[in-house]
Design a protein around this ligand. Structure first.
Ligand code: PAF
Length: 279
């Protein structure tokens, strides 16, 4: 695996692949890699000639500085995992490389998507995601971009970004990888102690409960019940929402046909977990 730390080296290395007409698949990450990330790398390897991964803990997407400070890192094991999975090129920049002093951050017109759910509870978060993903896409110019569906709203935001900035990459929203008890794999899970880890699986149970019980008609009661169950199990809840899967329009009534997505964000102490499930 080739490791580059500067945009200049990245461009130079990518040119070698492009000169041979090799297709580039890209997996952006913030490190602390787990099987969810690895499934994206594997898919990129299958679909493209070259798999490029970035590891960069992007400061501008953390609306809470404490969350940024505590974000897990495990660069040694990340390198081993990527090597084992057959990643060809790792981009490992530092903050100055991505955000030089002269940088003027642009504002992305994300509209409705930024006003709901994560956008509402984490102000500025998606602007930060767009800043870094825009720079990474401009640098890597991938043919294909691989993202995990656990961050459902992020997938939609990045889709919007690629439209706004005419990034031509083909988008792949890949299935969430789960632990045996259903907990969605996430770098933040590493911060859970064993008691919190046991409780965390309730998110999956409650998503499944709503999916299995929801009936056409008025659906807000399912959100309330989900919130109640989470609180009974020690969570502080940001939201339990049900939205149209296609565009995240918040739904209060359901015709029994429209595809829905149930979305949860909740804290166990200071650790914020998110997950979602389609109906
Ligand atoms: O999902 C993530 O890990 C990050 O939000 C991303 C897409 C790598 C941007 O920093």
């Amino acid at each position: 695996m080739i490791i580059v730390k500067t945009l200049q080296d990245l461009t130079r290395t990518l040119r070698r692949f492009r000169d041979k007409n090799q297709t580039i698949g890209f997996v952006p990450t913030m490190g602390a890699l787990h099987q969810g990330h690895i499934s994206l790398v594997e898919k990129a390897r299958l679909d493209c000639d070259i798999c490029v991964v970035s590891i960069f803990v992007n400061p501008t997407q953390f609306n809470n500085p404490e969350d940024f400070k505590k974000y897990p890192t495990s660069i040694e094991s990340d390198l081993d995992l990527l090597e084992e999975t057959g990643c060809h090129l790792l981009f490992l920049p530092d903050v100055a490389e991505i955000y030089p002093v002269s940088d003027n951050s642009e504002k992305y017109e994300l509209g409705y998507l930024e006003t709901i759910l994560e956008g509402e509870y984490r102000p500025g978060h998606f602007q930060g995601v767009c800043q870094v993903v825009d720079k990474l896409l401009a640098a890597v110019e991938p043919d294909d971009l691989f993202l995990g569906s656990k961050d459902y709203q992020q997938c939609m935001v990045i889709k919007k970004l690629t439209e706004l900035k005419s990034h031509p990459a083909k988008l792949h929203f890949c299935p969430t990888v789960r632990e045996n008890d259903g907990l969605a794999m996430s770098s933040r899970n590493r911060r859970l102690n064993s008691n919190q880890r046991d409780k965390a699986a309730h998110i999956y149970k409650i998503l499944s409960f709503i999916r299995d019980n929801i009936k056409p008609g008025y659906i807000d009661d399912y959100k309330l019940r989900g919130k109640q169950l989470l609180e009974e199990n020690g969570f502080k809840v940001d939201y339990v929402e049900i939205a149209k899967a296609e565009n995240l329009e918040i739904m209060h009534e359901w015709d029994g046909k429209t595809e829905l997505v149930i979305l949860i964000a909740a804290y166990l102490d200071d650790i914020r977990l998110i997950d979602n499930m389609k109906v």
